[in-house]
Design a protein around this ligand. Structure first.
Ligand code: GLN
Length: 446
């Protein structure tokens, strides 16, 4: 039925870069057969899952929505794919994204743009816009995205679905094409909090193949879905409710605060004083790491290679000039500049110090509160083309999500209401490895 739905709506939505129908159908048949034979099956057996096109899938093209990887077929699976296979979940296909996950609208894809299912003149958000749109449009039941500065939570907010960025180190990054390694995390998209918890159960866990993956005992996240949040202390940082937030979005969040109070939670205003520096710090740290990570695309090891180049250096230059899109080039240049000998201390090191202050803001807040609450994005889904020629405007869409990645903490976006027929997402942030507490509150609210 998911493939029937894809047939009906995909022409309008364009969520998928690659569909893997044949494999999906044969996987699903095996699950059906096992079920008929009375085999005990895990909860996600046979469930169709869409996967962002920056996760390596053995034998299935993985493009990162870039010309430079247009023909790259990984010889191995990302660890999350191995987990999906063990859970007997079924991959539907690979979803569109901003090139190398750099963007907030899916318009930086080198392939095509994806539309928001609520209004096809609008963007689905990004960079995991294809995954969010696929779940919102019923073209998948679940999806995986990656979140470096908001790329799961912001499209979840724009598309009216649940999206979660786990704690840094909670989910293996092995086989995730690296954008900014100290910020990247894979996480789930779902229609509701229960489905989100079920997918989180499958993808979390320590992985010896990722040296930044944390050794910890993964709880059953569904055990937190009790509906009881009496006495839970929730802080509302004033920096997330002030200037720059669309008043209509703020109203939806205020109503949500009343609902949480009605459920017995204790809400209070608080402060994260360094919030305004999250955006400048992020746009030094992320491009710096990206400039290093993207050095590997040289026309020799992967993907695209420019033709008629003179010598080796000329081949590198031509391949990278033709293979990368404008936003990726902008970031490689920014990052290389910030890391260069004369500027390293002034920019990169300074940004790292600011990152420490942002982390300390959260540590302090979590001494007093169990969770923090605010909007996921300052606006609802904007029109296609509206911000595409103004990178700074595009960067501003992430002002509510970036600090979470800099601090490494978990956060979820859940649908909280509508403004002019467009969904508004509510963000709940928690302590490191406090995914369970976040899900408990999200479930009670939903
Ligand atoms: N929009 C932000 C960026 O362009 C975040 C993207 C992401 O989380 N991958 O970097």
């Amino acid at each position: 039925s998911v493939f029937d739905r894809i047939e009906q709506v995909e022409e309008k939505i364009r969520a998928y870069v690659t569909l893997t129908k044949e494999q999906a159908v044969s996987c699903a048949r095996l699950v059906d057969k096992a079920r008929m034979e009375g085999e005990a099956l895990p909860p996600l057996a046979g469930i169709p899952v869409a996967v962002k096109d920056n996760m390596c899938t053995k034998g299935v093209r993985t493009t990162c929505a870039s010309k430079i990887l247009y023909n790259y077929i990984p010889p191995y699976n990302a660890t999350v794919m191995e987990h999906l296979n063990e859970a007997r979940a079924v991959m539907v296909g690979k979803t569109n994204m901003d090139e190398f996950a750099m963007g907030s609208s899916c318009e930086n894809s080198a392939l095509f743009t994806t539309c928001n299912p609520w209004d096809t003149n609008r963007v689905p958000g990004g960079s995991s816009g294809g995954s969010a749109a696929a779940v919102a449009a019923g073209e998948a039941i679940l999806a995986l995205g990656s979140d470096t500065g908001g790329s799961i939570r912001q499209p979840a907010s724009f598309c009216g679905v649940v999206g979660m960025k786990p704690t840094y180190g909670a989910v293996s990054r092995y086989g995730l094409v690296a954008y900014a390694s100290s910020l990247d995390q894979i996480g789930p998209f779902a229609r509701d909090v229960t489905d989100c918890a079920l997918l989180l159960n499958v993808i979390c866990g320590h992985d010896p193949l990722d040296s930044t993956s944390a050794p910890y005992d993964v709880p059953d996240y569904t055990s937190f879905l009790t509906g009881d949040i009496k006495g839970v202390k929730i802080g509302v940082p004033r920096e997330y409710m002030g200037e720059g937030i669309d008043p209509a979005v703020r109203e939806v969040i205020k109503k949500a605060i009343d609902i949480f109070t009605g459920l017995g939670a204790v809400l209070e205003e608080t402060t994260l004083p360094h919030t305004e520096y999250a955006l400048p710090a992020y746009y030094l740290i992320a491009p710096a790491e990206a400039s290093s990570n993207l050095a590997r695309y040289d026309g020799v090891r992967y993907g695209y290679r420019a033709e008629d180049a003179g010598d080796l250096v000329d081949m590198f230059v031509k391949t990278r000039s033709e293979g990368f899109g404008p936003e990726v080039k902008r970031r490689i240049m920014l990052g290389t500049y910030a890391l260069s000998a004369g500027y390293y201390d002034a920019y990169y090191n300074k940004a790292l110090k600011v990152r420490t202050l942002i982390k300390a803001d959260f540590d302090r807040a979590f001494e007093q509160f169990d969770l923090l609450l605010g909007p996921t994005a300052p606006v609802t889904a904007f029109k296609r083309g509206e911000k595409v020629n103004d990178p700074l405007q595009m960067y501003m869409v992430d002002i509510c999500t970036l600090a979470v990645n800099l601090a490494g903490i978990p956060a979820i976006s859940i649908p909280a209401g509508m403004v002019d027929n467009l969904p508004v997402g509510l963000q709940l942030m928690g302590r490191p490895f406090g995914e369970g507490d976040i899900l408990r509150a999200a479930y009670a609210f939903e």
